[in-house]
Design a protein around this ligand. Structure first.
Ligand code: ZN
Length: 311
């Protein structure tokens, strides 16, 4: 069994302008490092397909999906960069990238559920965990992980899935979509009182939100995960685990002020994999969220993928 790696050249076509941290070079940095480290031979590469319309509707309102499509198709036909919100804008390449990013998450879910891969990592952009049911937000248009989790539940017939989010920012969009859906347990860590300034009070009993004070380092973060996530994950016994894999809590990433290192991402991935091995037949689909220091991002993704691939 292998670790599937989903990506697509179209994901590089989305560009929010010079100097924007959520840039196409993020995917190049990941690719280069996987090749240079020899990890490339431990993964099986797949081109991400375009997402199916019905799948978007499992996580977003049909009105939002229709309006987003109309606007992004119009932008794709022109040449302008258009702002959707203060942090998120679209260029002509955005529409295809959005469809590939969500398509990767769904295809990876099917591959893992069908036994074609043990687990999967989606190196995609735009990211998704700030996109709510009805709004773009924080560099995100479609919530890739929520779409994939709902696909596993609504289309593939699972009854319990977990979402793990270790991005430095609270996954407010995922919470907006899945809070109160008792088929999903979401566990997360994020820097307290950082963008989007939410998560302090969970929106549902199926949310385990762990705000972390700025300047917290790896050992303390591991203790918080051990105490808060692990008992809930073990008791929930998820049939599959989705990861919102943001690497901006790295100490070299100046988007936040947390102090994680590659060894911490390795440890977190091992803990998640342990839960998956005990309860979920090893089934994990991980999707890239944040991570803006290119070198730290590449090394951290490699640490994460190395554990997924068991090498
Ligand atoms: Zn982030």
């Amino acid at each position: 069994m292998t670790t599937a790696f989903y990506s697509h050249p179209d994901c590089r076509g989305h560009d929010m302008g010079d100097g924007h941290p959520e840039c196409p070079q993020r995917l190049d940095a990941i690719d280069d490092y996987l090749l240079a480290s020899g990890l490339d031979i431990a993964i099986e590469r797949h081109e991400a397909p375009l997402v199916a319309w019905d799948d978007l509707g499992h996580a977003h309102s049909s009105r939002y999906v229709a309006e987003l499509r109309e606007r992004l198709e119009a932008i794709a036909a022109g040449s302008d960069l258009r702002a959707f919100d203060p942090d998120t804008s679209a260029n002509p390449g955005t529409w295809k990238a959005v469809q590939r990013a969500a398509g990767a998450a769904v295809a990876a879910t099917d591959a893992v559920l069908d036994g074609r891969a043990e687990n999967a990592f989606c190196a995609v952009r735009p990211p998704g965990h700030h996109a709510t049911r009805d709004e773009t937000m924080g560099f995100c248009f479609i919530n890739n992980v929520a779409v994939a989790a709902r696909h596993a539940l609504d289309v593939r017939g699972l009854s319990r899935v977990a979402i793990v989010d270790f991005d430095v920012h609270h996954g407010n969009g995922t919470e907006d979509i899945i809070a109160g859906d008792e088929r999903v347990l979401m566990v997360s860590i994020f820097q307290d009182r950082l963008y989007p300034f939410s998560g302090g009070v969970p929106m549902g009993t199926n949310m385990v939100n762990v705000p972390v004070p700025p300047y917290t380092r790896g050992p303390e973060v591991r203790e918080m995960i051990e105490a808060n996530w692990m008992p809930r994950l073990e008791a929930f016994r998820p049939q599959m685990i989705f990861i919102s894999a943001g690497f901006d809590a790295h100490r070299e990433d100046d988007m936040g002020q947390l102090g994680l290192q590659e060894s911490d991402y390795e440890w977190i991935t091992q803990r998640i994999k342990g839960v998956a091995d005990r309860h979920s037949k090893g089934r994990i689909v991980s999707c890239l969220e944040g991570g803006y220091s290119l070198a730290a991002l590449a090394r951290s993704v490699a640490a994460h993928v190395r554990v997924l691939a068991g090498v």
